[in-house]
Design a protein around this ligand. Structure first.
Ligand code: RIB
Ligand code: CA
Length: 313
């Protein structure tokens, strides 16, 4: 029985690979809808990018909904310096012919959960958590119905990537992250501590180009564009491939190891805004609210990506 999922996303080249991995796995994942959120670039551009990715996959009946165009409280922060002005620089993908659904993305999340049986729906969060928090505030009754929320965000051992202490998705909307980590639904957090182990080395990038399909070519162009920022910053052999880890977790959770701990979100200090204060060593008596991933089998991750993305056009 395929797992029913909603993907909330701010594409973003790494988001694009995550979406394509999910779209390439229909036997395991039933993608009920994609909801876009302001993040890497503005909402309108993220939404255009999501439509382009759906068309690239060939799964043109996949529904895309636009969500919130700014964080709950904070001034929007975007990342064109990483992802380019379009948010999907690299390939020259044509404008999509398919269009957005009329329903607001937050309403889609709420109504899907309200109409589902308890434990039926998994939420995959690849960007700032604004939409999910707004859905939880609007309809708190959906929280106990969520099977699990698997999100890319946060960092503890690796610190932050947009400030010394905060990862981008959490930093953009820390109030939203605070709502989500306290909502009571099972949460799996895939932080920089994991994604920094999953580097898209030149060999791994070449494997995408060698898939022999449009998808592989586009992914190679996307990642060889977006890697520039991280290679210059970290001087590593490759850039971390963040968001597809969320989908990989659903497809093979044994690829990861982690533990149930308490995670709190810094929302008051400007110095440490958006920090995920992870009690990894259990030094407090705070409520364990997050299954915090710490390690990934990176070779298995990239093997999964090529094994599945070759199935797409
Ligand atoms: O910090 C990495 C996260 O921020 C990823 O989701 C990337 O797409 C950006 O949104
Ligand atoms: Ca993202």
């Amino acid at each position: 029985m395929a797992t029913k999922i909603i993907i909330d996303t701010d594409p973003g080249q790494d988001d694009a690979v995550a979406l394509l991995l999910a779209l390439a796995s229909p036997d395991e994942l039933e993608l009920l809808g994609i909801v876009t959120v302001a993040g890497n670039v503005g909402l309108a551009q993220n939404s255009r990018n999501a439509l382009k990715i759906v068309e690239l996959s060939g799964k043109i009946n996949t529904k895309v909904y636009a969500g919130c165009d700014r964080p709950i409280r904070r001034v929007p922060v975007t990342a064109e310096h990483v992802h380019g002005q379009s948010g999907l620089d690299g390939p020259n993908l044509p404008d999509a012919k398919i269009t957005l659904q009329d329903m607001h993305g937050v309403d889609f999340i709420v109504q899907t959960l309200q109409n589902a049986a308890p434990g039926e729906i998994t939420i995959c969060a690849l960007g700032p958590l604004t939409n999910i928090a707004m859905a939880l505030v609007r309809a708190p009754e959906i929280a106990p119905k969520i099977k699990q929320i698997v999100l890319m965000g946060g960092g503890y051992f690796e610190g932050g990537n947009i400030t010394p202490t905060a990862e981008f998705n959490i930093y953009v909307d820390p109030e939203a992250a605070d709502v989500v980590v306290h909502c009571g639904a099972p949460i799996v957090m895939i932080p920089l501590d994991v994604t920094h182990q999953a580097l898209a080395t030149k060999e791994r990038l070449a494997n995408f180009a060698d898939l022999g399909n449009k998808t592989g070519t586009a992914i190679h162009q996307m990642l060889t564009f977006s890697e520039r920022f991280d290679l210059e910053k970290y001087q590593w052999q490759g850039a971390p491939l963040h968001d597809p880890c969320v989908i990989a977790y659903l497809l093979d959770p044994d690829m990861f190891t982690g533990r149930l701990i308490n995670v709190e979100i810094e929302v008051d200090s400007e110095l440490t805004r958006g920090m995920t204060v992870a009690d990894f060593w259990g030094v407090t008596d705070r409520n364990p609210n997050v299954t915090y991933m710490r390690h990934i089998d990176a070779d298995a991750y990239y093997a999964m990506l090529t094994d599945r993305l070759v199935r797409l056009p």
